[in-house]
Design a protein around this ligand. Structure first.
Ligand code: NAD
Length: 330
C-alpha cells in the first residue's frame, strides 16, 4: 500500500515514515519544510515540497502518486502563534485539511489518519484529587470542567485557536465519514517528545530543557512548575499510527501514557540525566495556560491494541542520548 504522509519531514511525521517503511509500506511525503527538515527523512523517500494550502499542487501529487491512504501530520502547532495569527492557522490547519479530504474522497482512499491534540482539544480539566492544586488559586480550573484524565467522551472545550482548528477538522472528518463512507482514525496525541523534536513545538518543553541543559545555558520554569502534562514518547505515537492504518475501525482515540507528570519533576529528571546543576529562574505563568491535562487511553488499548510502552525515564534517557549525539554532529 502506498501512503502519503503530510508533514513527513517534521518531528512526529518523520518517525511515522520510518515505522511505515519498516512495516513494508511504500511512502511519499508532502511538506513545505516550514519547521520540518529534509534531513529528517531517508534520502530515498520522495518529498513533495509543497504547502497544503496549495490545492492544485496537492491535486498534482495525488494524480502522480495515487496514494491509497493519507496520514495527515502537517500543521501549524504553536498555541501562542495561533492566537496571534488566527487566519493563517485556520488556512493551514482547516483549509489545508479540507483540501486533503476532498482528494481522499475523489481518489477513494482506504484510510485517513489525522493528528489531533488531546492537549488542546479538551481544554481545562478538573482534578479528581484536590490536593494536586492545593494553594494554587491561580491555576484552579473552573467548576464544571470535565474530570481528569480525559476520555474520548469528555466534552471538548478548546481554549485557543490551535485547539479550535483541530476540533473543527475532527468534525469535518466525521462528516466525510458519514457522507462519503471515508474510513478514518483521529488520534488525539498527548504531549509528544523524543529525538528530532524542535524546541518550538507544542510540547517543546522536553526539547527546550534538554537543549539548554546540555549546552549549560540558563533555564526557566513558568509559574510554579506544578503544571501537569501527559508525556508520550514519539515511537509509541508512530506505532499508534501504524495500528490505526491497519485497523478496520473508524474512530477517535487518545494517545498518551495515562499518567500526569509535573514540570518540576520533568525538570529534575532531565537535570539528572544531563548533569545540569544550575537553578532555573521563574517566569510568570502564561495567561490562559491549561493547568493540567492527561489522557485515559484505554479505548486505544481495547480497539487498536495500542498502549504506550516507553515509560518517561526510558524515553527521556533516549532523548538525551540522541540530543548529545546531534549536538556533536551539528
Ligand atoms: P512539526 O512542526 O515537527 O511537524 C509539522 C510538519 O508540518 C513540519 O514538517 C512542517 O514543515 C509541516 N508543515 C507546516 N505547515 C505546513 C504547510 N502549510 N504545508 C505543508 N507542510 C506544512 O510538529 P510535530 O510535533 O511533529 O506535529 C505533527 C502533528 O502532530 C501536527 O499536526 C501537530 O498538530 C500534532 N500534534 C503534536 C503534538 C506534540 O506534542 N508534538 C501534540 C499533539 C498534536
Amino acid at each position: 500500500m502506498k501512503v502519503l504522509v503530510t508533514g513527513g519531514a517534521g518531528f512526529i511525521g518523520s518517525h511515522i515514515v520510518h515505522w511505515l517503511r519498516r512495516a513494508g509500506y511504500e511512502v511519499v511525503t508532502a511538506d513545505n519544510l516550514q519547521t520540518g527538515k529534509r534531513a529528517n527523512l531517508p534520502a530515498d523517500v520522495p518529498l513533495y515540497e509543497l504547502d497544503i494550502r496549495d490545492q492544485a499542487g496537492l491535486a498534482d501529487l495525488f494524480a502522480a502518486e495515487r496514494p491509497q491512504a493519507v496520514v495527515h501530520q502537517a500543521a501549524l502547532a504553536n498555541v501562542r502563534e495561533s492566537m496571534e495569527d488566527p487566519i493563517t492557522y485556520a488556512e493551514v490547519n482547516i483549509i489545508g485539511t479540507l483540501h486533503l479530504l476532498e482528494l481522499v474522497k475523489d481518489y477513494n482512499c482506504t484510510k485517513f489518519i489525522f493528528a489531533s491534540t488531546g492537549g488542546a482539544v479538551y481544554g481545562e480539566g478538573s482534578f479528581p484529587n484536590r490536593k494536586a492544586v492545593e494553594g494554587d488559586e491561580e491555576g484552579r480550573p473552573s467548576p464544571g470542567s470535565p474530570s481528569l484524565p480525559f476520555t474520548e467522551d469528555s466534552r471538548p472545550q478548546p481554549k485557543d485557536n490551535y485547539g479550535a482548528n483541530k476540533l473543527s477538522c475532527e468534525h469535518y472528518i466525521e462528516l466525510y465519514n458519514q457522507n462519503y463512507d471515508l474510513p478514518y482514525v483521529i488520534l488525539r496525541y498527548a504531549n509528544v517528545y523524543g529525538p528530532r523534536q524542535d524546541a518550538n513545538g507544542e510540547a517543546g518543553v522536553v526539547a527546550i530543557f534538554t537543549g539548554a541543559m546540555l549546552s549549560d545555558q540558563a533555564t526557566h520554569i513558568t509559574g510554579d512548575g506544578g503544571q501537569q502534562r501527559d508525556f508520550v514518547y514519539v515511537d509509541d505515537v508512530a506505532r499508534a499510527n501504524i495500528l490505526a492504518l491497519n485497523s478496520e475501525l473508524s474512530g477517535t482515540y487518545n494517545v498518551g501514557t495515562g499518567f500526569p507528570t509535573d514540570i518540576n519533576t520533568l525538570y529534575r529528571q532531565l537535570a539528572d540525566l544531563t548533569g545540569y546543576g544550575r537553578t532555573p529562574s521563574r517566569l510568570p505563568r502564561p495567561a490562559g495556560e491549561v493547568r493540567a491535562t492527561w489522557l485515559n487511553c484505554s479505548k486505544a488499548g481495547q480497539e487498536l491494541g495500542w498502549e504506550a510502552e516507553i515509560d518517561l525515564s526510558e524515553g527521556l534517557r533516549r532523548t538525551v542520548e540522541w540530543a548529545r549525539t546531534a549536538a556533536v554532529t551539528a
